[in-house]
Design a protein around this ligand. Structure first.
Ligand SMILES: [Zn+2]
Length: 178
């Protein structure tokens, strides 16, 4: 892993679409009809040959050069939710950070291994358990997007054990050669 400077304002249109904006409010408020759609967080589209592509992957590839955010293997990256969207292994009462499912700063590219059960899966251990964020941050009865940013309070105060390439400036300091 290495530090990556992703422009947090360079948001893929699929994450900013009217549909995404309206759905995320429903998801945050647990509207029974609301569903997390991979077509939105991937930004699915068909290329000229009719193959399924991902606009969000295209955007991430600009910043990660087609590599996995964790192991840096060149890969056809999957769209990984840094904070898991459907449950947290370390806290069975936690429903997952579902309100971050379309948040640009929570989406990073991952190879299949790092993204699945053999790798990260739904693990998200933190140092500051007392401050684990369990509910969506609200402002005037709407989702407070400012407080959904990975590098801002209250998420920052959780002090995750897992490094984030866009937040931790010197990931190399946490590794040793064997
Ligand atoms: Zn990987």
């Amino acid at each position: 892993m290495r530090h990556v400077k992703k422009n947090l304002e360079d948001i893929p249109p699929s994450l900013n679409s009217d549909e995404a904006q309206s759905d995320i409010e429903k998801i945050a408020f647990k509207d029974p009809e609301a569903k997390i759609l991979d077509t939105i967080y991937k930004g699915s589209y068909k290329d000229a040959e009719g193959k399924s592509q991902s606009e969000v992957r295209d955007f991430l590839n600009k910043y990660y050069y087609g590599k996995c955010a964790y192991c840096e293997q060149t890969c056809k990256a999957e769209i990984e939710h840094y904070r898991p969207k459907k449950g947290v292994d370390e806290d069975k009462t936690h429903e997952g950070y579902y309100w971050l499912c379309y948040t640009w700063s929570n989406l990073i590219p991952s190879c299949r291994y790092c993204n699945t059960e053999g790798g990260k899966g739904n693990k998200f251990p933190i140092i500051n358990n007392a401050k684990r964020v369990k509910n969506p941050p609200l402002k005037s009865s709407k989702l407070d997007h400012e407080k959904c940013l990975v590098n801002k309070k209250p998420l920052k105060d959780e002090e995750p054990y897992l490094l984030h390439p866009e937040v931790d400036n010197n990931p190399e300091n946490h590794f040793e050669q064997r």
